[in-house]
Design a protein around this ligand. Structure first.
Ligand code: MN
Length: 268
């Protein structure tokens, strides 16, 4: 039983042709976002507001040091010269403010967003920006490999989106969907897994003899733990992980409170 979240702005229930905001971090021109927008088209009035260039791995960055420009490319189609979070913020606070969307959908990302990678992901962060601003959200990512396509991801995105529109999500929660390469064996509800990069940073020398670094060049390895997103996607299943905005470690908070810490600040 899913409880409809305490959204800051409540859309009337059973609204006909509800608005849906689609964004991504691969940029407006990416194939994944076009396929996603098409897949959601019959669920409501789809608006696309996306970065005008690739913004992968920008996390939840918000542009504060310069003005942002929005360009209208067509009916309900816009680009922003900023981050995925900027796009959602502008869409919800300006463009769509008079009638807010019932759902933010981010993706379909070219590449999976699982485990700790959700913290780097512009795709997942754009969905979280929706959650922060009171709109239920969904992020969708497609594993890249030989023969991959966005077809299955689009199909599951449409079904999950329809379910959220009808049922809602708890406050501060989004659904993070990752899709394997090829025809999925089925769908698994998962938790975040653990991944390690074999070569996190690669050091090289540039043509002028200066030291340079490349981040994230190595082959990723993950712990094969059933029930985690990494494991189930590797096994050929679609992974759906509910993610919560509140990162408080409640268990450790309890331990800290009983630890009788003698830290003192008022005599500084
Ligand atoms: Mn991306």
């Amino acid at each position: 039983m899913v409880v409809v979240g305490a959204c800051r702005w409540d859309n009337p229930p059973m609204i006909s042709n509800p608005r849906i905001l689609v964004t991504n971090d691969d940029g407006y021109a990416a194939e994944g976002i076009q396929i996603l927008a098409d897949a959601l088209d019959d669920l409501g009035e789809v608006w696309v507001v996306a970065p005008n260039r690739e913004q992968s791995a920008v996390s939840h960055a918000l542009t504060l040091d310069r003005p942002l420009r929005m360009e209208r490319l067509g009916e309900r189609r816009y680009t922003v010269d900023g981050t995925p979070t900027d796009c959602v913020a502008l869409a919800l606070s300006n463009l769509m403010a008079e009638l807010l969307p019932v759902l933010v959908v981010s993706g379909i990302n070219f590449g999976v967003n699982m485990g700790a990678d959700v913290h780097y992901s512009g795709t997942v962060s754009a969905a979280f920006e929706g959650v922060i601003l009171g709109v239920p959200a969904l992020s969708v990512s497609q594993k890249v490999g030989e023969g991959f396509n966005f077809r299955y991801a689009a199909k599951i995105a449409r079904q999950v989106a329809a379910w959220i529109i009808e049922t809602g999500l708890p406050a501060d929660t989004l659904l993070n969907v990752n899709v394997p390469v090829g025809k999925p064996h089925g769908i698994k509800l998962t938790r975040l897994g653990e991944r390690r990069y074999t070569e996190g940073v690669i050091e090289q020398t540039d043509p002028r003899g200066q030291q340079i670094f490349w981040i994230g060049g190595g082959e990723p390895v993950w712990k094969a733990v059933p029930g985690t997103d990494f494991h189930e996607v590797a096994e050929g299943f679609v992974s759906i992980t509910p993610l919560h905005l509140d990162m408080t470690d409640h268990g450790f908070l309890k331990k800290l409170k009983s630890a009788e810490l003698n830290w003192v600040v008022n005599d500084a």
